[in-house]
Design a protein around this ligand. Sequence first.
Ligand SMILES: [Zn+2]
Length: 373
Amino acid sequence: MVTPYGKLHQEVEVGRTKVEVQHPMAMLYHMCRVSKGVSELMKPLPNSPASPLRIIIYADEVLPGNPLAVTTERKLWVFYWSVLEFGASVLSHEDIHTCVVFVFCCIVLCVVRVGLFHAAACARSLHVGNHLLLCACCRIHVPCSMLHIPFHAYQEAWFEVVILRSVTVRALQGGVSALLAAVLKLFFNTDHDASLGGIGVEHYDGTRAHMWLDIGIVIADEAAQNMMFSAKGAGGLKPCLLCANVFNSKYRAEAREVSDIGGWSVEHHDPDHTKLVFHTAATLQVIRGRLSAPMTKAATDALQTRLGWNYEPHGLMWNDTLLKHANPVDHCLYDWMHVLFVSVVFNIALFLVMYAFKGLGITMQIVHDYVAA
Ligand SMILES: [Zn+2]
């Protein structure tokens, strides 16, 4: 399949490794031409060079097959993209199986029983809610497979860009961050920049249009975000890539004091979100500059720990051109499904609901029959 933007499947070089990609511009051109649905979805979206369509980049690691296998070499990194202007009804309905009423009850109970921090954090922003990932209160798992009500699915609204084995990604110079940079280069490079030159398409009905695109959101779970932006993440002294002053409470106080000269640090489970100091483009620039300075490996390791970022010159954070399109300060968004449902708020809330039900003589079977009715 050949388009004005080249073949649908192309090879790009990430360091010394050749990687096959589904070129997003070629794919968009092709889909507008052959798919009435995509064409009608794209056509009414207003955009201009000053107000481009906002691209969502979504990445995650997936494991086809048995997750309990001795080796998990089939593990893959998958990058998708879509357009924010498609709207929530198109983008969000993917294989969701849960009970809305039940979720609402659980969240209410969570506020009452677990603490206002969770509710305040979640209500304020997904960013602050990210700290829930580190909260020990949210580590209780309760099977909820019996509470399923299906919604619609629109997986077709998400285009794949690259699927690559994790072992190959790990071997890349710059790892996941270098792969993200390669994906972004498909949209923004010296030959063609979708935010400046735009993209011409031919619609299903034969009409032609021109559209401009730029990055709106980079969405992923906590681990993927940190790998994409070269941050230390949950296991580090400074676990949040969005906050300059959040420290992991697992570390000894004296370890924090080395990095906390001004006494401004807060621990990751501090309930007062007004204490958070967010990173800015300027603070990230300072971090990049400090890590780029020549120094011994031991000094680099120590500085990386203190700052909460890894020095990865082949990654996105050290690519000035691409960083203008996608940087953690303006574009990073933690996947709310992971924040609320994977090992965190929903699980503890569901546990508390079922615990309360048990005292009232309401068993899992009764709940199952009620939801299934
Ligand atoms: Zn934070």
